[in-house]
Design a protein around this ligand. Sequence first.
Ligand code: 2NL
Length: 347
Amino acid sequence: MTELEEKLLGTQAEVEAALQSVKDDAGLEALRLKYLSRKGILPGLMGQLGKVPPEEKPAVGRTLNGVKTAINAAFAAAQARLQAKSEELAAVDVTLPGRVRCHGHQHPITQVMEESVAIFRRMGFIVADGPDLEDVWHNFDALNAPQDHPSRAVTDTFYFDLEHHDYLAPDTMILRTQTSPVQIRAMQAHPAPVRIVCPGRCYRRDTPDATHGMSFHQIEGLYVDRNVSMADLKGTLEHYAKEMFGNQVRIRFRPHFFPFTEPSVEWDASCMICGGKGCKVCKNSGWIEISGAGMVNPKVLEAVGYNPEVLTGYAFGMGIERIAMIRYGINDLRLLYENDARFLRQF
Ligand code: 2NL
């Protein structure tokens, strides 16, 4: 092989290697200039064909043509590769934002429930749990509900198997109408002092409307000890209100009646929309009703085997749906249960 043929084949190998790793059009153009332009390496070598002795010319000429064809093919292949790559990039809009995954979160009822529990836990309350399916004794009798109390009616409470059970019998099973029976069970199981909160689902036969469903959530609280007073109750509820609705909130007690507490109150928080001045939300009163509370009726303490001569206690019960509606400004309970993600996402 002549020296020129060696140089030609060497150049071909060099070009092919360089084209393999070329990254863009500018790199390709640089190689084209280096090897193929008028003053480039390949035309330079072609110029030397003139000096080749006549008898070697046909063979060297064939090598030269082969090298030229191979180099042109290598350039064409590299160009096609770059072209394909840029088309691929153009098909994807790399400036588009990424696809954001939909994150779930807690239902507003769960949020208000868990936050309420957390507030009371910070004040020393312990969470107590009990069955949704209760007997009449724990749900009504132990709570001093008279036999003719309206909430005992079969039209107000979900009773089981009334074919075989009297709705007034203590062992008749019902869906609990409040979480108080959990507190009755806690007092039966533990001597005083007790300081518990009972969050959970309760059931009442209502015709569904903006503020009624067939079940709702409640958190009840109970503190029984020596020397527990109404002032303790008020301080506890005031702290809860400030934690839940903001530090500016004030509370007030109004006289009320429950069979299980004496005295009983309903309590209001100053309206957090208008600060107590009066607005549409508080119907110009400056106050929003939160829930009921009172001093545990001595008859309830007796029913669970506590001595009402030495023990006193307070209790309260709050509807979680009501707190959530006040807190988030929701005016229809049904919105909370329709499970429309576009609605629930806001909270
Ligand atoms: C309401 C507010 C209330 C209680 C629940 C209670 C529990 C025991 C003893 C005494 Cl074990 N009371 N719970 C007290 C006051 C109010 O709920 O509006 N209920 C109908």
